[in-house]
Structure formats: C-alpha cells, structure tokens
Ligand binder design. Structure first.
Ligand SMILES: CCCCCCCCCCCC(=O)SCCNC(=O)CCNC(=O)[C@H](O)C(C)(C)COP(=O)(O)OP(=O)(O)OC[C@H]1O[C@@H](n2cnc3c(N)ncnc32)[C@H](O)[C@@H]1OP(=O)(O)O
Length: 173
C-alpha cells in the first residue's frame, strides 16, 4: 500500500509531548468524546517520535459474535487511534483508506492495546499503521494500515456544521 514516493515526515515541535493525551477532538465524537451518548471514549497518548498508544476496554455493548468484539467496533477504534496520530504533525485529517487484518477473536472484557505509527507522507497524504494486542505485544490480535488526508477544517465541514450535535461544553472540530 505504501507508495514509492513516500517521504519522511517530522513531528511538529509544538505537538503534544510524549506521555500526554493528544488534545480531545471534540466531546461528542464517537471515537474520543467524553460526552458522546454512545462511544469508544478512546484516549490517544502521544509516544516518542511519530508514535501513539491507546487502550480500550471491550464492553458488552461492543459484542459481535458471541463473546467477542464486533469487527466494525475494532475498525472504528483503529480509525480513531490512527486518525489522531497526524496531530503529531499538527495536521487535521480525515480517513481516506483503512484496511485491517483480524488475526484473533477479541473477547468481551479484555483490554485492547494499540500502538500506532506515522510511516510518512506525500503531499496531503499521511500513511500510518497500527498493531493491537491484549497485553503481550509479541502476540498481536489485529493490525491496520490507513491513509489519511490533511484537510482545511473550516472548508471541509462548512456544509455540515448546522447539523452538528453539541454538548454543553463543546470544544474542538
Ligand atoms: C477532523 C478533525 C481531525 C482531528 C483528529 C481526530 C481523529 C479522527 C479519527 C476519525 C477520522 C474519520 O473517521 S474521518 C471520517 C471518514 N472519512 C471521511 O469522511 C472522508 C470522506 N472523503 C473526503 O472528504 C474526500 O474524499 C477527501 C477529503 C479524503 C479527499 O478529497 P479532496 O480534498 O478533494 O482531495 P483529493 O485531491 O481527492 O485527494 C488528495 C490526495 O489523496 C488521494 N486520495 C484520496 N482518497 C483516497 C483513497 N481513498 N485512497 C487512496 N488515495 C486517496 C488522492 O489521490 C490525492 O492524492 P495525490 O493526487 O496527492 O497523489
């Protein structure tokens, strides 16, 4: 999936420091929002360099097959973790392409740990990958690659903001 012309990218000096949560996207976001009525509430933590980490407890409402996570929920979690990583470049992005290898069933009640990384970029395109495990990094349960496209936030959402669902403490994009 990586193009031949992929180039290295550099972490922005003003990016969230390692060990800190990358700024909340907005409080009603399905992936990260703390006030979303239904959501994953994922906190993405900046790592060293171009890396991020996150963890998600697999709740009963995330069930797909009996006793295991729904594949779409895991996909949304990957999207959130990887989609937040370009903020290390101080670039807001949307998902262009996301692909996942599901390696093992993920039981309800487990905690999925994500380690994501920016691989490089071409113009507005940011290439990322992410691996998920249940506590043993040597034993991954899923892995993903995704392409994100940097956007102008104001322009991209200009036709949709009147539909936005707000909380009392709305912030971000
Ligand atoms: C928000 C706050 C964040 C804050 C961070 C919060 C984390 C959020 C995490 C969740 C993120 C989401 O779920 S976002 C929601 C899901 N995604 C979306 O709704 C996106 C819907 N799609 C679009 O709006 C559009 O297609 C765009 C913006 C992706 C691209 O349109 P565009 O702006 O007109 O640009 P365009 O010229 O077409 O594409 C730019 C370059 O990307 C390439 N490209 C475009 N799409 C693809 C693709 N699917 N596969 C391969 N390549 C692609 C083009 O070939 C081109 O390459 P080249 O010519 O340069 O070589």
């Amino acid at each position: 999936m990586l193009p031949a012309d992929i180039e290295p990218v550099i972490r922005d000096p003003k990016a969230t420091p390692p060990g800190h949560r990358i700024d909340l996207h907005h409080s009603m976001c399905f992936g990260c929002g703390s006030e979303a009525p239904v959501g994953l509430r994922i906190e993405v933590i900046a790592g060293e360099g171009l890396t991020v980490t996150a963890a998600m407890k697999v709740e009963d409402w995330m069930q797909g097959g009996p006793g295991v996570i729904h594949g779409g929920v895991l996909s949304a979690a990957f999207d959130e973790v990887m989609g937040t990583s370009p903020l290390l470049l101080r670039k807001p992005v949307v998902t262009g392409h996301l692909e996942i290898d599901y390696a093992k069933p993920i039981p309800l009640g487990s905690t999925v740990h994500f380690t994501g990384e920016i691989l490089g970029g071409v113009r507005r395109k940011v290439y990322t990958r992410c691996v998920a495990h249940l506590g043993d990094p040597a034993n991954p349960v899923a892995a993903a690659h995704a392409l994100f496209i940097a956007i102008d936030l104001e322009k991209h959402f200009s036709g949709y903001r009147e539909r936005a669902v707000h909380s009392q403490h709305q912030n971000g994009a």
